[in-house]
Design a protein around this ligand. Structure first.
Ligand code: SF4
Length: 589
């Protein structure tokens, strides 16, 4: 819905921070339904960070509340002359003055809006000061720490003077067959617990923080701004992983209706990093851990809270700091530039300080606040070689040298540099193995296109239904209800999983068409040399590995029926998917 509406309503070459850009908050069929998976909403817009299609998913309770208030989606056009928020309440949507909360962080904003409307059940999606100051790596936060983190969408809200959307609904989401849905939920949970007992228990105990040390050892986590091998250069990865994270927990957190809550609240009682925060995810622990050689977990807990409160994407922020450290150590910037902050790998104090500066867009933080591509263009002196990004978006914490399919997703997804749209490896991981295990490295791209395209389509289905990827991966278990079963019970439809995957294919094409119309093609995007092993690492599990990523991209395009040179889905395919109007646009008829 988001891709279709933005494609149809927005002209090509729209300025991302101009009033013509549109920001949408979309839910899915299963959002808020108590299917075991339906917690999410997705924010959509033209990305200010990359200039491409942008979207980002978040869990929490906001999506469910929006639907209970009677709205499947909300799209904002134009621009307000003063700070505002949208108050959505039982079928009504009203623009309200936000001048009292402009400048506040997201926790203060949430608390204010709950108080303002006299109801603690009000759910809020908001930006912090980073989004207000148009940081291109700013995000949208709900429930104080659930982030629609990628694509820089917080800056679109900031450009519209839109501080927040607050929702409260007392309505019930209509379900075609409620008993059936509850029966499917029970079957899903019973089977998942039985067949994946270890995964289920482990994930509930640690969340993704439980994978941090394992992914460091395996080589998945990039290290020292993608120049090191975490197993050798970051030997204390366990200090920022699993038990060493959850020992700070004061309580559990789970998104709406989730049967395997993976989140938590943490507290550092005293010392320089004292804070009360949300438990960080793997991406944050790796971006401020192995990537910076920082094994101070208390500092990372505080950094996570700073990023959440100010509304910064933690992947991009950690990457921007890694870039700055490398520039500093190579003499491209000095203490004079950083405001006397001494940058060094593993220096927790300076990493915290620089995070604060980025969040406030102060001093040298202003140079980093738009991501590494912009920072490199400001610093010059060849600093681009330390800027790890695709099309301006910093890379996630998964190394294509271990899993080349991630690399192809970084290049080919309509939101470049994105890790949640193409995990072929998850098929391997969950197809019988028990966590923690790791699939064999498969470097031969031959014949992998179909698998990559199928996983991309599956992930589009997951995101568009409004479900979370972690439990939905358990649908791969034999006998478990499929996403189609849940969607059918909710809607009364009678779709097969194959038909649902065609919807995923259509979504992939719709998002891609947005980019093609903007003039982007796959060959415009390139992975930084260090992400594909040029030159290869000298040590660690990925020693000597170079990935010919172009082969993987070609395989994907062949299977998806996209032209490698132009990125256009074929006319035949667009027509088959019911997108004849899009075919007419792309083929100029
Ligand atoms: Fe939220 Fe975690 Fe449950 Fe996903 S698995 S819905 S992120 S609590």
């Amino acid at each position: 819905m988001g891709a279709r509406i933005l494609y149809s309503s927005m002209k090509p070459e729209t300025e991302p921070l101009g009033p013509e850009n549109i920001i949408g908050f979309t839910t899915g069929i299963l959002t808020g339904t108590f299917s075991p998976l339906g917690s999410s909403f997705t924010a959509v817009g033209k990305s200010p960070l990359t200039g491409t299609w942008g979207d980002s998913r978040a869990g929490g309770y906001f999506g469910a509340e929006l639907k209970c208030a009677g709205f499947d989606a909300i799209f904002f056009y134009g621009r307000s002359s003063k700070p505002v928020y949208l108050w959505v309440n039982d079928g009504k949507a009203e623009i309200e003055d936000a001048s009292g909360i402009w400048g506040k962080d997201v926790v203060e904003t949430e608390n204010f809006l709950k108080g303002q409307h006299g109801d603690n059940r009000v759910q809020v999606a908001s930006i912090g000061p980073a989004g207000e100051r148009l940081s291109l790596i700013s995000c949208i936060i709900t429930d104080r720490g659930r982030a629609a983190g990628r694509s820089g969408l917080g800056a679109i809200m900031g450009s519209k003077n839109l501080k927040a959307v607050a929702a409260r609904g007392t309505g019930k989401i209509p379900i075609a067959n409620h008993d059936k849905l509850m029966d499917l939920r029970k079957r899903f949970i019973d089977l998942a617990k039985e067949e994946r007992e270890f995964y289920w228990e482990y994930f509930m105990k640690y969340g993704t923080s439980g994978a941090t040390a394992m992914l460091s050892t395996s080589g998945d986590s990039p290290c020292r701004n993608w120049t090191g091998a975490a197993s050798i250069d970051f030997p204390n990865a366990e200090k920022v992983s699993d038990d060493n994270v959850i020992k700070y927990m004061t309580g559990k957190y789970g998104c709406h209706g989730c049967p395997m809550p993976c989140g938590g609240y943490v507290k550092v009682e005293s010392g320089p990093y004292a804070c009360e925060a949300m438990k960080p995810q793997y991406e944050t622990l790796a971006a401020f851990g192995a990537l910076l050689l920082n094994d101070n977990v208390e500092a990372i807990l505080l950094i996570n809270e700073i990023c959440n409160r100010y509304g910064l994407d933690t992947i991009s922020t950690g990457s921007a700091i890694a870039f700055a450290i490398e520039c500093y150590l190579n003499g491209l910037i000095t203490k004079e530039d950083t405001g006397e902050v001494e940058l060094a790998w593993g220096n927790a104090d300076s990493i915290v300080e620089l995070t604060r500066m980025v969040a406030r867009r102060e001093g040298f933080g202003a140079v980093l606040a738009d991501g590494v591509r912009v920072a490199a263009s400001k610093i010059g002196k060849g600093s681009e070689r330390f800027a790890v990004h695709v099309a301006g978006q910093e890379l996630p914490m998964h190394d294509p040298k271990l899993t080349p399919t991630f690399g192809s997703a970084y290049l080919l997804d309509a939101t470049p540099g994105r890790h949640t749209q193409g995990f072929e490896m998850y098929l391997d991981t969950l197809s019988g193995a028990k966590m923690p295990s790791f699939p064999e490295i498969k470097y031969d791209s031959t014949g992998k296109g179909d698998g990559m395209a199928s996983m991309a389509h599956f992930n589009h289905v997951v995101n568009s239904l409004g479900v979370c990827q972690f439990p939905s991966n358990l649908c791969a278990i034999q006998g478990t209800p499929s996403l189609a079963d849940f969607a059918n019970a909710a809607t009364g439809w009678n779709m097969t999983m194959e038909e649902l995957l065609v919807c995923g294919e259509r979504i992939a094409c719709m998002r891609q068409a947005f980019n093609v119309r903007e003039g982007f093609k796959p060959t415009d995007f390139r992975l930084p040399d260090r992400a594909i092993g040029k030159p290869p690492l000298a040590s660690g599990p990925l020693k000597g590995v170079t990935v010919e990523i172009g082969n993987w991209v070609r395989e994907y395009c062949r299977s998806a029926d996209w032209d490698y040179g132009t990125g256009k889905p074929s006319e035949r395919k667009l027509t088959r998917l019911g997108l004849a109007d899009v075919a007419n646009d792309l083929y100029e008829k």
